[in-house]
Design a protein around this ligand. Structure first.
Ligand SMILES: [Zn+2]
Length: 397
């Protein structure tokens, strides 16, 4: 897109054969800054007429253009393609960049030509930088760069409706522009450089996104549940049983493929007494963690359900896979080694971390292996809105 705009019009044609010399003296900085102001003014007159928001000079891109332009100029000709390629390397949050050069025999003619350029100037491209230079055949030229800068990824901006972001990968550290992609049950943010997902978000009932682990809000199981148990295993079983009994399985209105799947906080699920797989898994994991168990929520694929969520617990030297969508809990939960063909986790999380697979995603038999799961730590974000259920649950919270 950008280079198509850059090459779409060839203004040089207008003045072909002109022999008028502009002179060899350098272009004064005063002329340069005056020219920038005039370009911005001219563009905004055109934009105003088109009902498009104002553009502004970008001081950083401007400084870059001033220092780099000579490296892209050979005998009075600016090579636009390498300039456009270098721009995103210098500014990782720049997108929709367009660049072109215009030459004329006189400065006044150059200013007139800006109007032609403005026709190809993208409406959401609001930053501009320009630099005058000595063109070939005694002409004066200006290099023009138009661009847009996208904000650093932020949940508040996402919830305000922004769709384009600049972010840095938590695995390889590479900055990138990106959008979010829906995986079943959640939104994963992945890196185009290393190909790995590094963030996991999910929408609440009001459509506002939160990081997956913030849904583990810190709820304890109802008082008395499992407290008289003879062993930690029995306590785990009692909490599991209570969670299953307290949440009638209800498919999300968005459908089972998770396209519009929303997540409930544990206190909400307990208050409603229903939810789907991730809602009951969040509640169970939160309860177990509150009682000191090493529990994680797993998001992935299950043979029977497709996109699915479940809970894994590490107790002594064993791991247990706790399913929450059944009517009754079995006597003995399966260990991952037994369930591996039916459950394929893609992401895990507890209250502290999100965990991304660093090994093969299939046939996972260890949900706690430090070599198989890479923890990524994000600052926990407090809920701005109180739980929908708070108030109902004061005595139990
Ligand atoms: Zn990466």
């Amino acid at each position: 897109m950008a280079s198509a705009i850059a090459l779409a019009l060839t203004f040089g044609m207008f003045f072909l054969g002109s022999r008028v010399q502009f002179g060899k003296e350098s272009i004064s900085e005063e002329t340069q800054s005056q020219f920038i102001a005039e370009v911005v003014l001219k563009l905004n007159q055109i934009r105003a007429a088109q009902g498009v928001a104002d553009a502004a000079a970008d001081p950083e891109i401007q400084a870059w253009l001033e220092s780099e332009l000579p490296t892209f100029t050979e005998e009075g000709v600016v090579r636009i393609e390498p300039l456009l390629e270098a721009l995103p390397e210098a500014f990782q949050n720049v997108t929709n960049a367009a660049a072109r050069t215009i030459t004329a025999k006189r400065l006044e003619d150059l200013q007139t030509q800006i109007e032609f350029w403005a026709d190809g100037y993208l409406p959401d491209t609001r930053l501009v930088a320009t630099r005058l230079y000595r063109a070939d055949r005694g002409r004066i030229g200006c290099a023009l760069v138009a661009a847009k800068r996208v904000p650093k990824f932020d949940l508040a901006r996402l919830n305000d409706g922004a769709t384009e972001f600049y972010n840095e990968c938590k695995h390889c550290g590479e900055p990138h522009l990106g959008s979010l992609s829906k995986v079943h049950l959640a939104l994963a943010v992945s890196c185009p450089h290393c190909g790995e997902a590094y963030d996991l978000l999910a929408a609440d009932m009001f459509g506002r996104y939160h990081r997956a682990h913030d849904y583990l809000e810190g709820m304890s199981p109802p008082p008395g549940v499992g407290s008289g148990a003879e062993s930690r295993f029995d306590e785990m079983m009692a909490i599991w049983k209570k969670a299953v009994e307290s949440c009638r399985y209800a498919v999300d209105l968005g459908g089972s493929n998770g396209e519009k799947d929303t997540w409930q906080r544990p206190s909400e699920t307990y208050s409603f007494r229903n939810g789907d797989c991730e809602d009951s898994s969040l509640m169970l994991a939160d309860w177990l963690i509150a009682r000191g168990f090493d529990a994680r929520v797993a998001i992935g694929q299950a043979l029977a359900q497709g996109g699915h969520a479940w809970v894994v617990v590490r107790l002594h030297d064993k791991q247990y896979l706790l399913e929450t969508t059944m009517n009754e809990v079995p006597q003995m939960p399966p260990e991952p080694v037994v369930a591996k063909g039916r459950y394929q986790p893609q992401f895990l999380f507890d209250r502290r971390n999100l965990y991304f697979p660093s090994g093969p995603r299939r046939d996972v038999i260890d949900y706690f292996s430090p070599s198989g799961w890479k923890p990524l730590t994000y600052e926990r974000q407090a809920w701005e809105v109180p739980s929908y259920a708070r108030g109902f649950l004061d005595e139990e919270f």
